[in-house]
Every structure is written in C-alpha cells, then in structure tokens.
Design a protein around this ligand. Structure first.
Ligand code: ATP
Ligand code: MG
Length: 327
C-alpha cells in the first residue's frame, strides 16, 4: 500500500481564551494519498484553519494538540523543533488564509522566492536559484521577468500566484491552500483555481484545499470532507457528497451554492437557521441538532453520533444514516 502523504488520527486541538478552553478540533481523522486532493469545507469557526496550522505545527496559541499527525509516515507532534522546521515547507507547505498582504513590500518578489529556496537548499548557486525562481513563476502562470517587481506592482490574483510559487519553492509533497481565492473576484478566483489544478496534475502534488464554498471543491477535489463544530460530519467522493449529501448540514451547505458550470442555477437559500455553535458551549448530543431540519427530538439532543458508513467510500455522522445499504 502506498504511504499516505498526510494522515490525521484522532486530532484534538484546544485553545484557551478568557480563561476558558476552546475545543476547536475534536477528534478528526483524515487521509490524503500521494497526488490526492481533499477539500475541507464548513462554516466560519468550525476548525478548518486550525487543522491546517496543526499539520505544520504553526499553532503557538494552542494549549493542547493531541492525536497523530503523520506526514509521510512521520508524526510531526513527536518531532524536535529543529526537525519540524526541516519538514515544514519541504514536505508540506501552506498558502495561508488572508495572506495577500504578507509579502514583504520592499523586496522584489523574485528575491523573496529565492530566499525561500536558499533557506532550504544552501548549496544552490545564485544562477540556478534565479532560474528556479523563473520556473516557479511560470508554473503559476506569471512571466519569469516579473520576478523583478515589487508586490505593489502586482494585482491581488498575481500576488496570490506569487504566494503559491513561494509555497512550492521547496518542492513539498503536500500543499495546503487555506481559502486561497476568498479575497479575489470571481474571474481571478477561477484563474487561481486553475493554477492549483494544473499544479496538482502536472507536479504531482497532494492538495488539501480549504474553503467554505463547496461548489469550488466539487470541481477541484477528488474527495470532500465537511466539518461542523470541530469534527468531520461527512466525507466521500466530491460529486457524491455535493450532489447527494447525506448529513443534513452538508445538505444545507451544498444547497447554499450554485453548481459550477450550470448557468441556470442560482444561489438558493440553504434553509439553515441560526449560527454555528460557540465551541465553549457546545449543544449536547449532536452539536448540529438545534439547527437541524430533520432533528429527532428524543434522540439527537442526547446522542452524539460519530461517522458511520453512508454508501460506497462514504461516511456521515447522523442518526438518519444507517449503514452500507443506506447509500
Ligand atoms: N488563538 C486562538 N485563541 C482562541 N481561540 C481560537 C484561536 N484561534 C482560533 N480559535 C477558535 O477556534 C475555532 C476554530 O477556528 P479556525 O480559525 O480553525 O476556524 P475556520 O474554520 O478556519 O474559520 P474561518 O472559515 O472563519 O477561517 C473558532 O471558534 C475560533 O474562534
Ligand atoms: Mg480559517
């Protein structure tokens, strides 16, 4: 069996704010194979970025990170800090949420990429590095000559491409893209998405793609995981999860967005009342039950159902999902 690029086993992450524990991720299992693409979706605050940060051990504020985070078989939670730095960017790299302004404004973009390359491969000559910078820029659809420009000379979409090139500088096996298109307009979003799709296909990257927009994930990812209140509540092949979601929350999320490629489709109301729960005061039983349109009153408020089989290669955490014959 081929080794997974990333495997999370029973991951728990807790923060502490204003004297109370904030359980942001509460037992997540997840596997991404080589060249695989997994989309992670869910409303604001459900724990998506926390998972991304945990994989690269970039959560200085977390008070508890438990479980296993296996990157190419190595548990990053067991690595010494020096070793973590070596793994970060070379095995897994991240394009951060809201990072469009994180480029150094007074340094040419090419020099910023060159620095990233040189930090991890000290033996390269300046000439090889410059060639590699040009290659990386071209790979994300920017002409090599733009390496001489400063961030303010680039548009938002172009800056996002530079950030992707930066993440690729050390040839990681896994790229985590956390809402890489959210701040961009629709046309530019589509261009950045196609860059990510090409990279995944041509460079053989594994991709963990995070967004709240399920319709983006349907076309870009092979598998789809939907999170709610710190847990995955549904996982399976993208088309199946998007077109026929089994968990009522996934259903609400899928119906909130139009289908890409279907000009007749409109944004439909999701029929979902209320806000996502406060992680410090989670509802009893199934955390989705107060908002659930198909809640079973004498069951769901007391029964916290975990993921169960929901059809071929699918799982969902709902009392209405019965098992293999149910898919
Ligand atoms: N440093 C922190 N201290 C305390 N609580 C935090 C901290 N960072 C995140 N949280 C809380 O952890 C939960 C998960 O946050 P996270 O950023 O992972 O969500 P998200 O799914 O990425 O949301 P969004 O879609 O808004 O980016 C939220 O309730 C958030 O308020
Ligand atoms: Mg986030």
């Amino acid at each position: 069996m081929t080794e997974a690029v990333l495997e999370l086993r029973d991951l728990h992450v807790t923060y502490r704010a204003a004297g109370v524990d904030v359980p942001a991720v509460r037992g997540v299992d997840l596997t991404i194979g080589p060249r695989d693409t997994l989309g992670l979706a869910g409303e604001s605050g459900c724990g998506k970025s926390t998972i991304a940060g945990a994989v690269l051990r970039l959560l200085p504020r977390a008070t508890r990170v438990e479980g296993e985070i296996l990157l190419e078989g190595q548990d990053v939670l067991k690595l010494r800090p020096g070793k973590v730095r070596a793994v970060r960017w070379t095995t897994a790299a991240i394009v951060f949420q809201g990072a469009l302004h994180s480029l150094n404004p007074v340094q040419r973009v090419g020099d910023q990429i060159a620095e990233a390359i040189e930090t991890h491969a000290r033996t390269r000559s300046r000439r090889t590095t410059t060639a590699r910078v040009g290659e990386l820029l071209e790979r994300v659809g920017l002409p090599a000559r733009r390496r001489r420009e400063y961030p303010h000379q680039l548009s938002g979409g172009q800056r996002q491409r530079v950030l992707i090139a930066l993440a690729l500088a050390c040839e990681p096996a896994l790229l985590i893209a956390d809402e890489p298109t959210t701040a961009l307009d629709v046309m530019v979003q589509a261009q950045v998405l196609s860059v990510l799709e090409d990279l995944q296909r041509d460079a053989g990257l594994a991709l963990l793609f995070i967004t709240h927009d399920l319709s983006v994930l349907r076309s870009s990812c092979r598998r789809l995981a939907v999170m709610y209140a710190g847990r995955i509540v549904e996982e399976g092949p993208s088309g199946a999860v998007f077109d026929e979601p089994r968990h009522p929350y996934a259903r609400a999320l899928a119906s909130a967005f139009p289908t890409i490629g279907d000009p007749a489709s409109r944004y439909r109301p999701s029929g979902l009342a209320g806000d996502p729960p406060d992680p410090t005061a989670l509802p009893t039983g199934c955390p989705f039950h107060p908002r659930c349109p198909v809640v079973v009153d004498d069951v769901c408020p007391s029964l916290d159902v975990r993921l169960r089989p929901a059809g071929p290669a699918r799982e969902a955490a709902c009392v209405h999902v019965g098992g293999d014959d149910d898919g």
